[in-house]
Design a protein around this ligand. Structure first.
Ligand code: NI
Ligand code: MN
Length: 228
């Protein structure tokens, strides 16, 4: 079985695993870095890490078109249900559930989570997925560095996806420290170069990481994929 991770730009990820299409933090419209079309992108499941507009983005629109199940923290799950969505699965940090596509656990994230309409989105999260063929992928989404990344690393990660943009999330230096704690086989940087405020040089970061850790860095261009 092949797992295909696609970076659509910013923090928007697609994961194809065992024939299922997962879409994480879909933000296409209004995203200057986006590659991909919210009107055609496939989704069986939409994962939302927190309430900020650059993550909840087009989730509503894509869920209506595709009928995808939305998976998110319970507060945001309740918010989606109040908008009439029925295929919504609320989880929370530290809690895992065996979905048809694999075992998904929500992880700690140090960030905020107010929804675009001002509603409280509860606590933000990251995602740790064990696929049905036993691969482990951790997507940190928006977070600062935290020491318990070491505990996530103990799971034995095939892939880690980490923000490097700085200002709103970890910057390059803390993202390097994150890689040291996570010890993934491969790492993919996200949440940079969408706007000038989070401008970074991913190749320079990749060189540092590969010099100072045992991880391999895959710097994707928006729209590109990584197989694992
Ligand atoms: Ni955010
Ligand atoms: Mn963000």
């Amino acid at each position: 079985m092949t797992n295909i991770l696609t970076w659509y730009g910013h923090a928007t990820l697609g994961l194809e695993t065992g024939g299922y299409h997962l879409l994480i933090d879909p933000f296409f419209e209004g995203n200057p870095a986006a590659q991909g079309d919210p009107n055609t992108v496939k989704a069986d499941y939409i994962l939302v890490s927190h309430g900020h507009g650059d993550h909840i983005g087009d989730a509503e629109k894509i869920a209506r078109r595709t009928g995808a199940t939305i998976i998110t923290v319970n507060e945001i799950a309740v918010w989606f249900r109040s908008k009439g969505f029925e295929k919504v699965h609320g989880q929370h940090i530290g809690g895992g559930f065996r979905h048809p596509f694999g075992y998904l656990k929500l992880t700690l994230a140090l960030h905020g989570s107010v929804l675009p309409d001002g509603s409280c989105g509860g606590n933000p999260c990251g995602f740790l997925l064990t696929t049905n063929d036993g691969k482990k992928i951790y997507t940190a989404q928006d977070t600062g560095l935290f020491g318990d990344m070491r505990l996530i690393g103990e799971e034995g990660l095939d892939v880690a996806v980490v923000p490097i943009g700085d200002n709103y999330t970890m910057g390059p230096d803390d993202a390097l420290r994150a890689v040291r704690l996570l010890e993934p086989r491969q790492v993919v940087p996200i949440h940079y170069n969408t706007w000038d405020l989070i401008k970074q040089d991913p190749q320079a970061w990749a060189a540092q990481v590969e010099w100072k850790t045992g991880s391999t860095v895959s710097v994707l261009k928006p729209g590109e994929s990584l197989e694992f």
